[in-house]
Write a protein that binds this ligand. Structure first.
Ligand code: FA5
Ligand code: MG
Length: 475
């Protein structure tokens, strides 16, 4: 903690973020380890793969149709991150197990959608059509090769002005046809691509993925078509860039699929996944923007879509980067491999040996309905915002229950990027007292050097000591 400079011991401790001091309260859970990563601006660092990927995405969504922004300050209000987007009060994404709170009304943004409302307001004022926003985002999350508590997102949106209602004696049908015509023209203007894409969410407008009642189903369907074709354009560009980077190797066609999703701020909603290293990797979420959100921003006369993509996920595919932690590396053997505007294949430097340590402990039985442990990956906002994971988090009313993200956070805080992954390896319930035992395996491995035994033992002991702060009993 950074303490107020007032000098007396009564000074309220707080957090300093980008030069501003935020007094802490009982909700504060942001750690200094996380704050040490604020302000790195990887998206603006020349020759950094995050910046190169950002530019590539922007090239698919260029001005004048899309105004390309960055949002440098990650501190946003709970209102901007959740309320204005229609997150229900009991939504798991709001929970302290999933989100970094600076204080009770301020968070480190968990997604670029925190800027959606103000971006739409700007559209209303400047009569623009669309935008992209690139930013660093923060989530308490699981630890593995594709999840890091700080990552980057780009959000994009596009809106269409509806022709003014009641033109002279026009029938509703004629009005609808005129609207459809203008969206159809935008679709026809998109370049064609030859990708084979599996659409597992082709038939929507059912109870799980409805067209909004305010929307004409034909309008909505055309928006979805424009949305999907635009994002497929991005995938095509990535594939072509990767192919050009290794002309000697015949690239296997990317396997890509659309699946149904849920976000409080879009309907219908979709996610795009890519087959990577033997499993489906989620790249982005998207959908038709809730009309109430556009209306609130002064865009009553417009309809639109939005998407949000994980930049690291795309960069891992593009450059063949095997571990998300590498993006934070300051090792020249990593950084020197990338060059502005170029897609190159990352050559891994030799892997250093892993060091596994287990930690076992008893927890009280989890509250009914909550399943805070054991899913393959987790992220409240992800789950919340549509599911980079399929797991629910316990609600705020169970503050003393163990949550998997809490052990993840302790490991992050103690060992930073020296941990490759943390996995639940054993779980059983004591037949007599009903207590549950969990065993997590921590894989300590640096991307840059061999860790000494001593060093790992010391780190692990700190993790064990800090576990004492959780409602668990170390075995
Ligand atoms: C969102 O964050 C929504 N705001 C996206 C959106 C925007 C939907 C606009 C509709 C309209 P989600 O939680 O699924 O959705 O995250 C978006 C992407 O961020 C994921 O698909 C994934 O690529 C990436 N991502 C999520 N968690 C992590 C993580 N811990 N590390 C790296 N990338 C992540
Ligand atoms: Mg998701």
């Amino acid at each position: 903690d950074t303490t107020d400079v007032a000098g007396d011991s009564e000074a309220r401790p707080g957090k300093s973020i980008l030069g501003k001091h935020y007094p802490s309260d009982e909700t504060t859970n942001v750690t200094d380890t996380i704050l040490s990563l604020v302000g790195r601006k990887l998206y603006d660092t020349p020759n950094h793969p995050i910046a190169i990927t950002r530019r590539l995405i922007e090239s698919v969504f260029p001005p004048p149709l899309y105004k390309n922004h960055v949002a440098t300050n990650p501190v946003v209000t709970v209102h901007a991150n959740f309320d204005v987007l229609g997150f229900p009060q009991d939504h798991p994404g709001r929970s302290r197990t999933d989100t970094y709170y600076v204080d009770s009304s301020t968070v480190l943004r968990t997604h670029t959608s925190a800027h959606q409302h103000s971006a739409f307001q700007r559209i209303a004022v400047d009569a623009e059509n669309g935008y992209t926003i690139c930013a660093d985002v923060y989530r308490r999350d699981s630890i593995d090769r594709s999840h890091f508590p700080v990552f980057h997102q780009m959000e994009g949106a596009c809106t269409w002005q509806l022709p003014p209602k009641k033109q002279s004696k026009e029938t509703r049908l004629q009005q609808q046809q005129r609207r459809a015509q203008s969206i159809r023209e935008s679709i026809d203007a998109l370049p064609k691509h030859g990708l084979e894409i599996i659409d597992e969410a082709g038939s929507y407008n059912n109870h799980t993925n409805p067209v909004q009642i305010q929307h004409d189903p034909d309008d909505s369907q055309l928006l979805v078509e424009h949305l999907k074709r635009s994002l497929e354009q991005l995938v095509q560009k990535v594939f072509t860039a990767a192919q050009e980077a290794r002309p000697d190797q015949k690239q296997e066609q990317l396997k890509v699929r659309w699946i149904e999703a849920y976000f409080p701020f879009t309907s219908p909603s979709f996610e795009l996944e890519v087959f990577w290293q033997g499993e489906w990797l989620e790249l982005l979420g998207c959908g038709v923007v809730q009309q109430s959100i556009l209306n609130n921003a002064g865009l009553e006369d417009r309809i639109g879509w939005a998407w949000g993509i994980g930049i690291e996920r795309l960069a891992m595919l593009l450059f063949n980067v095997p571990d998300i932690r590498l993006f934070w590396s300051q090792d020249d053997r990593f950084l020197k491999q990338f060059q502005d505007g170029k897609i190159t294949r990352f050559e891994s430097f030799s892997r250093y040996p892993p060091c596994y340590k287990d930690i076992s402990f008893w927890v009280r039985p989890s509250p009914a309905g909550a399943s805070p442990i054991g899913a393959e990956s987790s992220s409240g906002v992800a789950a919340a915002a549509g599911g980079d994971s399929k797991k629910a988090s316990p609600s705020e009313t169970q503050p003393a229950a163990f949550h998997e993200n809490d052990i993840m956070e302790i490991v992050r805080d103690v060992a930073g990027t020296l941990v490759e992954d943390v996995k639940l390896v054993d779980e059983f319930v004591h037949p007599k007292n009903g207590k549950k035992s969990l065993c997590y395996r921590i894989n300590y491995r640096s991307n840059e050097r061999t860790l000494t035994n001593e060093e790992v033992n010391e780190l692990h002991q700190k993790v064990v000591d800090k576990m004492g702060e959780l409602p668990v009993e170390i075995r």
